[in-house]
Design a protein around this ligand. Structure first.
Ligand code: GLP
Length: 246
């Protein structure tokens, strides 16, 4: 795992965007793996700017999102489909039919998992996967305890994850209890992975990750088993590692 320590969230977002831009300029038909949450918002803003200002085109790019809340229609304001559309897709020239996100309200959840794995097999491998990290070390919605061999599956969200995402919902009860997520095995099939971590709330998770102990209890640690991961972290998220080294 390579690491890059930058001053703040703006620098993390800007740098991550240059890597995405480089990927798309190098291969106009790139497959990008995308994440949701607060962390990649700055990255998506920069991608929108690079589209407008530097003419990077996404018209032949395909995107595969990590996860979706179970029980939310695409049109729900807090679905990850709506999130991606509002924050990125509608601002760039990506063909919406080339954007894949699990269906949060499928007629059969089992069949939806199989369908999503088929999509990954058909259009993968993902050339560049963007990841954030949960405070409990989750990647996608792979919560602690997830097997490294996992493919797309249904997860019960931990109370801490539901709490972390509470600010997006009106009340705690509205936060979905389950989600559908790409598995660890599928994530690790990506050619390159960028893991973003910003802010004090991620400091403990970054410290645990950098202890290099690979364990199901901390799913992001499986990234140590991949040979092309870049961790881009800001000072606030790195502070506990720095303290330890002093
Ligand atoms: C969310 C998403 C993850 C995201 C993580 C961190 O629940 N499912 O893909 O990386 O949790 O979220 P945030 O960036 O808001 O801290």
């Amino acid at each position: 795992m390579k690491g890059l320590l930058l001053d703040n969230y703006a620098a993390v977002s800007e740098y991550a965007a240059t890597l995405v831009e480089e990927q798309v300029r190098g291969n106009a038909q790139s497959v990008l793996g995308l994440a949701t949450g607060a962390t990649p918002l700055g990255l998506y803003e920069n991608i929108c700017n690079s589209f407008e200002e530097r003419g990077v085109s996404y018209k032949d790019v395909r995107t595969i999102n990590l996860d979706e809340y179970l029980g939310l229609e695409r049109t729900h304001p807090e679905s990850y489909y709506t999130f991606m559309n509002e924050k990125l897709f509608k601002h760039i020239d990506l063909a919406i039919e080339n954007a894949y996100i699990p269906d949060g309200k499928p007629s059969s959840v089992g069949e939806e998992c199989v369908r999503y794995d088929k999509i990954l097999d058909c259009i993968g491998p993902i050339n560049l996967q963007i990841l954030g990290i949960g405070t409990n070390g989750h990647i996608g919605f792979n919560e602690p305890g997830t097997n490294s061999n996992s493919t797309t599956h249904i997860v019960e969200l931990t109370p801490s994850t539901r709490k972390s995402n509470a600010h997006f919902f009106q009340s705690f009860e509205e936060i979905p209890t389950h989600a559908i997520t790409m598995g660890i095995k599928s994530i690790l099939k990506s050619e390159k992975i960028i893991l973003l971590a910003s802010g004090e709330s991620k400091a403990e998770a970054v410290k645990t990750l950098l202890s290099k102990q690979v364990t199901e209890r901390f799913p992001a640690s499986f990234l140590w088993n991949h040979d092309n991961v870049t961790l881009i972290v800001d000072r606030d998220a790195y502070q506990l590692v720095e303290l330890e080294r002093q």
